[in-house]
Design a protein around this ligand. Sequence first.
Ligand code: ADP
Ligand code: ZN
Ligand code: ZN
Length: 724
Amino acid sequence: MSQWFIDVAVPVPLRQTFTYLAEHKVEKGCRVTVPFGKRTLVGVVTAASAEFNGTTDKLKPLQEVLDSSPILPPVMISLCEWLTHYYHHPVGEVFHTALPVLLRKGDPLPTDSQSYVEVAGEIDSVAAEKLSRAPKQLACLQAIKQQPVPLTILNKQFSAAVVTALHEKKFVHTVERPVINKPWQSSISIEAKPAANREQAAAIAAINQITGFSTLLIEGVTGSGKTEVYLQALEQVLLAGKQVLILVPEIGLTPQTVNRFAHRFGIDVAVLHSQVTNSERLLIWHRAKANNVGIVIGTRSAIFTPFADLGMIILDEEHDDSFKQNDGLRYHARDLAVVRAKKQDIPLVLGSGSPSLESLNNALSKRYQHVQLTARAGGAAAPAHHLLDARDQTLQFGLAAGTIAIIKSHLEAANQVLVFINRKGYAPALLCHHCGHSVECKRCEQPFTVYQKPPRLQCHRCEKTKPIPPSCTVCGSHELIPSGTGTEQIETGLAQLFPQYSQVRIDSDSIRGKDKLAGMLKKIDRQEYQLLIGTQILAKGHHFPHVTLVVVLGCDGALYSADFRAPEKLAQLVTQLAGRAGRASKPGEMWLQTHSPDHPLLQDLICNGYQAFSRYLIQERRQSGLPPFQVQCALRAESVNPELAYEFLMQARQQLNQATSMQFVGPIPAMVEKKQGRYRFILIVSTNKRSVLHNALRASIPNITQLPLSSKVRWSVDIDPMDF
Ligand code: ADP
Ligand code: ZN
Ligand code: ZN
């Protein structure tokens, strides 16, 4: 009998694979169950060998081989290997992240056919009569009469006896139907499309000329017809029988977006986002892998979908932060898309109205192809940008008198007005008017946000809520006042100022619930609301053709932020917000209310626009030696005991310090210093050569792992960190 040594990536936070014994070879990419300590875990095979150097007496046998052939195609395995190396992340967790939840748990792939129960022939009134004394059977029959029902679902709603009785009476029968239906390629029918304008035509041609791998950035102002470019560029790919992956930010994934793709090509579009159930997710995974679906649209993690024959990847709103995962395996879907497109030798199209400085720099330095769409499709004028000087003005609910006047004039012209503020709730803090004490969440050491609907205090870090206290815990004064402005307060204020106009508030509190946001957007489109109040959610993906005024509030903080990305993020936000407004017949305007109207960054952005502003920021990053001209890594540590987290990072720094060409900042408290009772510190490492950083990490992580404090704090490695 032969003996095989099987290396398995096991989902544990250790940066190594584990070897198990098997009597047969198990292919790389198959799932197996293995004993691990006292547990049984599902892992993925990364190597199999008939030889082993080392002592074999401690090795344990595999328990079960779950897949007869690799569940992950070679390119996905190779992508997982890349992720493991690049992000210095535990390999078992990488494979775990790459698999749908049900496969992580050891479930089999969905079968290719499913049993359906359908009615046998005509069901007439006689049948109903015959079942008059069997109401359950009648109910079951009624359900099946509507449409054939999968046996698995029927078995959940009715007892087996009911279903069997209906079979015996020959009212119903069971048929096997394929889950995998006919090839999508034969169903493509292309709907009428607008003729591309000159810039669009150039972009489409540039994409279609690509053979093999290349990354192309479309820098196109909002409404310039980027989506139309994607649609027309995809045509060739789909007609050649190849599949397409489209990645979008979480909140930008609306039914409208999906419908545009589905309608244009007349084929089924598979959709992946956070609300898709695990079994649907697995089915889409399986269908994409079996070449049973032509288009998959999804958010960040859809980059892990395996395809039988992928022809192109499109990543829309590429500047969006939601493409970076900020826990566990901290990958960036955009960077992963580049690696994947290269491995698969296919084009990658990135698009944005306000590209990230990283992508823009790659485009300007010719690592990416670069096309620009400068005009709005359909001839709408770009909205005018203005600053509103709020200094010395009377403020009502955070709104300056001048702002209120502008809002009034647009409402009176029967147009819609969008008011943006980056905070939800009524006010970001509750202050004692007598002693200045602010009511804080103890576990997070952060002021509670004040809510009025219903009245409460809520911590935005840990979600803890508590009643609004009647008096100050420090001095006993009863005068507690909300400080600052949030969406709820603007909503209340505008309702008082403009009672005759209907309004809607859109923030993560108000859109909770399935399809709630979609419903609100539909009503906005039908002009059932005239005032739109909301957070970032309003800046993403949706067009509001009836909005002629965008008001931006509460941005001054970003001008003085310690985060070097703050100006970039602010500029992207403002640009995206402004882009929501106006169309050909109704030109729009944007007013940014500020107490720093002379700030050079604001002046530059408002006067020259994102295009010029972003080039200026790139120069500034170059001069200050910041990303993308430096590579960065953040080592993060957290603990209930701040000293342990700090000391751990100090020791880690000593380990890393061997490489002379690296700079360190820290350990310093993270921007979110404390969360849920744990103190958080970071150590920022930067250098101008990627290989220097990776070599240093590779050499020192084993030693860092061996530090006694390593098991006492929670720590992680964040490559190309986006938040600090
Ligand atoms: P973006 O994705 O850049 O925001 P869209 O592709 O959504 O832009 O286009 C904005 C609007 O202009 C849409 O209503 C779209 O149907 C329309 N549009 C795009 N391209 C054209 C074109 N070539 N001719 C006419 N209308 C167009
Ligand atoms: Zn007080
Ligand atoms: Zn808290």
